[in-house]
Design a binder for this molecule. Structure first.
Ligand code: GRF
Length: 369
């Protein structure tokens, strides 16, 4: 599956600069506009077609996810920058899409040096940001204010969507889950099947792995879910600060309500522990507090236990030490190998984990910071 396809919709500023230079040579003009374009509606489509008609090619500078959040608040964007770019790029009027990460688009204007700058009619030339206007004047861009299409706006779309929701959806918003895993991904698969079967009112909005080729990554990609590889670096025992931050960014960008560690073989630390405090759970193959840490299945056999099991617990800074939310007991049979016993434990995990998730109430989130 070509999961990387959406990324190809984003052009680098250098590529767009080449496009502008090419147009220059042909005596043609590049039009430039910018915005969030979160939920594309007919107003956007008409605006972009009009902007494109001002010149010979149109580049859209798209606010990154972080800058949309800064402008519009934590519930936005609804769609990721990759998706927004892919949708825009599919329009006949759009020749290139660039993403910018700063609150202002000044840097891109200076680099690309467009011939024409188009802006929607909610602005006047006088109300343009002075810094952006200064940059436009410095590069000699002509500024064109285009009339907005009445009644078409993202805010109006979101309002209509709210009105169109059924009463059940209105009272029970779906839990947005981020899943982290390193291995086979059978627990992820169990959650996915519970979601797809309707037993779990949730959606998996983000899957993260420290192994690009792991079973969980492949299963997430096959299901068409956003799946991200976070490079753990060379040391198998470490998960460096940069990777910890990247994990947290992915989870925030996917607006997850809760995080599930389903066979994630790294220790999750800050900033995720604070950002999602009391909203991170882990599944562990033992009856905690017994056999915390690695090789829990092997150690239960070696200790001569008659039974072991699976535990779902909250994740805190103490490895496998957070509050226990549910457990399932599994017998240990004479002659069990760790692999055979682990498979028996996993069968219980696959029931326990979706059950704990389905019992997780949005009200339990309200008590969290
Ligand atoms: C599970 O047994 C879980 O308890 C442990 O890692 C295993 C992950 O298995 N933390 P899978 O990748 O979900 O198949």
């Amino acid at each position: 599956m070509d999961f990387g396809a959406p990324h190809s919709a984003i052009s680098s500023p250098a590529q767009v600069t080449l496009l502008r230079e090419d147009l220059d040579r042909q005596g043609k003009r590049l039009v430039f506009t910018n915005g969030c374009f979160d939920l594309l509606h007919a107003g956007h489509v008409r605006y972009l077609a009009e902007a494109r008609a001002l010149g010979d090619a149109l580049v859209v500078a798209l606010n990154s996810d972080a800058s949309v959040r800064e402008l519009k608040g934590p519930s936005r964007p609804v769609n990721t920058e990759e998706d927004r770019a892919e949708i825009l790029k599919a329009l006949r009027s759009v020749d290139a899409v660039c993403v910018f990460h700063q609150p202002r688009v000044t840097g891109l204007i200076e680099q690309i040096r467009p011939h024409i700058y188009a802006k929607g009619g909610d602005y006047t030339i006088a109300s343009l940001n002075p810094e952006e206007r200064g940059a436009l004047e410095a590069v000699g861009a002509r500024i064109e204010i285009l009339a907005l299409v009445p009644g078409r706006s993202t805010t109006a779309t979101i309002k209509r969507m709210g009105e169109a929701r059924g009463p059940e959806e209105k009272t029970a918003p779906k839990l947005r889950i981020g899943v982290l895993g390193s291995g086979e991904g059978s627990n992820f698969q169990a959650i996915l099947e519970a979601v797809q079967g309707g037993g779990l009112q949730a959606e998996i909005t983000c899957v993260i792995s420290d192994h690009g080729e792991s079973g969980i990554m492949k299963a997430a990609q096959a299901a068409g879910l956003p799946a991200f590889f976070v490079d753990p670096g060379p040391n198998p025992l470490r998960f460096p600060d940069s990777a910890q931050k990247e994990v947290c960014e992915h989870l925030k960008r996917a607006s997850v309500d809760m995080v599930v560690l389903a066979g994630f073989m790294r220790v999750l630390r800050e900033p995720t522990l604070s950002e999602f405090a009391d909203r991170i759970i882990n599944v562990h193959p033992s009856l905690l507090p017994k056999f915390k840490g690695s090789n829990a299945v092997q150690r239960a056999i070696d200790a001569g236990e008659l039974e072991t099991g699976a535990t779902v617990h909250l994740v805190t800074a103490e490895v496998d030490g957070g509050r226990i939310l549910g457990q399932a007991v599994v017998p240990i049979h004479i002659g069990d190998t760790p692999a055979v016993l682990h498979e028996r434990i996993k069968r219980e995990e696959h029931k326990l984990l979706p059950r704990i998730l389905s019992e997780w109430k949005p009200s339990s989130m309200a008590t969290c910071p």
